[in-house]
Design a protein around this ligand. Structure first.
Ligand SMILES: Cc1cc2nc3c(=O)[nH]c(=O)nc-3n(C[C@H](O)[C@H](O)[C@H](O)COP(=O)(O)OP(=O)(O)OC[C@H]3O[C@@H](n4cnc5c(N)ncnc54)[C@H](O)[C@@H]3O)c2cc1C
Ligand code: SF4
Ligand code: SF4
Ligand code: SF4
Length: 404
């Protein structure tokens, strides 16, 4: 029976929940906002299935890819909407056009990140773009298994631990399954995301409504505009200089969207807490699914450093690193509308340490979560923990040693 004693040993993939024949495991969020499995011991029959499917208890083999490419989607509009080179869309569109089903991460109506599936090209768009929040798998493994058994093609995309979770959950190998994992820095806490959304983004939405009403001297009541889109990787200022962008329904023309917030990634507080490893799941500092251990057919990432490897290929609109594990995936990728060049594994790993190694644990992470729990905004919690003044460092040492 699964029992989480060390949180760094559970990535929250939900394979155990999906596999339990008694349905007696549920995912419950801890104080940091990360979900962990909790077993209803009264219903457990001790079959051990939950342990058998856990990718942290049974890590996969480290494999080397058979081919590595630098690749771009040949459709520039698709590429600009994607976080890297738009390779995910090319894979997904092909599977859908073949009557298949695509699983991926999207926002729900309340801007939580969840896994779901698409059966049409239109349903694919919400999966495009990286969302830097841990997605909830829900029933996706069970649904994917159902589609596989009916003989439909399935593309399952997600983080490496999610593709590993699916492969451990499925009892059989399926020729109609393709798995695509992203190269993964780590996943931020859904709770931190929600706090940032509620305290900082929504207050800006409210502020904008008031200002618009004042500017237009509106006497009638104007509803708070709805958020219409959130992009963690807007490429308007370039792929390398990407921005975090929030769009809302225009107060003036209700059928249009306007940009509420556009922050370069290095100044946005949520992105800063992500990139400095303050808001990640504990398992991301000791990841068991790095490199070939994701059990995936294809791995997709940003080809950081492309300007050094293939300078003529870099137009700052996005380039993907594509790592292919196996002949079946290789022949599938060869049919896609991609512009690509073969490169070496080292060309990718040289500028992308997350391909092979976990990010380093930050001693300030604990203080960051503590400040947020005390009611700080993400901006001020970030500011507090990176404040390196002698006084702040002294306070942190006191707290760590004596709880003062
Ligand atoms: C949390 C996270 C961390 C990442 N870290 C790195 C990194 O360190 N280095 C690197 O090179 N690349 C990283 N990537 C991958 C990169 O940002 C692109 O997602 C990837 O290159 C695919 O880009 P694309 O242009 O082909 O397609 P896009 O349309 O940009 O990507 C969409 C794909 O991302 C998946 N996805 C989006 N958000 C999530 C999520 N929250 N959980 C699971 N899957 C999600 C979708 O299911 C879909 O498969 C990360 C992605 C995520 C989601
Ligand atoms: S041992 Fe079996 S019944 Fe008990 S929680 Fe695990 S999978 Fe469920
Ligand atoms: S890693 Fe996945 S399978 Fe293992 S305990 Fe955590 S949620 Fe369950
Ligand atoms: S870093 Fe590893 S454990 Fe964390 S989300 Fe990515 S694959 Fe999962």
């Amino acid at each position: 029976m699964i029992e989480i004693k060390d949180k760094s040993q559970c990535c929250g993939c939900s394979a155990c929940v999906s596999a339990c024949p008694k349905e007696c495991i549920s995912m419950q969020s801890d104080s940091e906002g990360f979900a962990y499995p909790v077993v209803d011991r009264k219903s457990c029959i001790g079959c051990g299935l939950c342990e058998k499917v856990c990718p942290f208890i049974n890590p996969g083999q480290d494999r080397k890819p058979v081919k590595v490419y630098a690749a771009k989607n040949s459709d520039e509009v698709i590429r600009m909407k994607s976080s890297s080179g738009g390779v995910f869309y090319a894979l997904a569109e092909s599977v859908i056009k073949d009557g298949g089903v695509v699983f991926g991460a999207r926002f729900d109506a309340s801007w939580n990140v969840v896994h779901g599936y698409a059966e049409t090209v239109d349903e694919l768009y919400p999966f495009m773009g990286s969302k830097y929040v841990q997605s909830s798998i829900g029933k996706s493994y069970v649904q994917a298994e159902h589609f596989l058994k009916t003989g439909r093609k399935v593309l399952f995309s997600g983080t490496p631990c999610q593709t590993a979770g699916l492969m451990h959950y499925l009892k059989n190998r399926y020729d109609n399954l393709l798995t695509a994992a992203v190269i993964c820095h780590g996943v931020p806490s859904p709770k931190i995301w929600k706090i940032y959304l509620d305290k900082e983004i929504k207050s800006q939405v409210a502020g904008k409504t008031k200002a618009s009403k004042r500017n237009m001297a509106l006497s009638f009541s104007v509803d708070m505009p709805k958020i219409t889109g959130i992009s963690f990787r807007d490429k308007t200022s370039g792929w390398k200089n990407y921005s975090f962008v929030v769009r809302v329904k225009s107060v003036v023309e209700m059928d249009k969207s306007s940009v509420l917030l556009s922050d370069m990634h290095m100044v946005n507080p949520f992105m800063k807490s992500f990139l400095s490893n303050l808001n990640l799941r504990p398992s991301c500092y000791a990841c068991a699914a790095k490199g070939g251990r994701a059990c995936c057919d294809i791995m997709l990432g940003d080809f950081w450093g492309i300007e050094n490897v293939l300078p003529d290929f870099d137009d700052d609109k996005g380039c993907s690193a594509v790592l292919i594990y196996g002949k079946r995936a290789l022949s599938f990728v060869s049919t896609l509308p991609l512009i690509k060049h073969e490169v070496s594994f080292n060309d990718v790993s040289a500028f992308n340490s997350c391909l092979t190694s976990s990010v380093s644990h930050q001693h300030n992470r604990y203080f960051f979560f503590r400040q947020v729990a005390k009611g700080d905004t993400i901006s001020s919690a970030y500011h507090d923990v990176v404040d390196d003044s002698f006084f702040k460092r002294f306070c942190r040492i006191l707290y760590r040693k004596f709880g003062i």
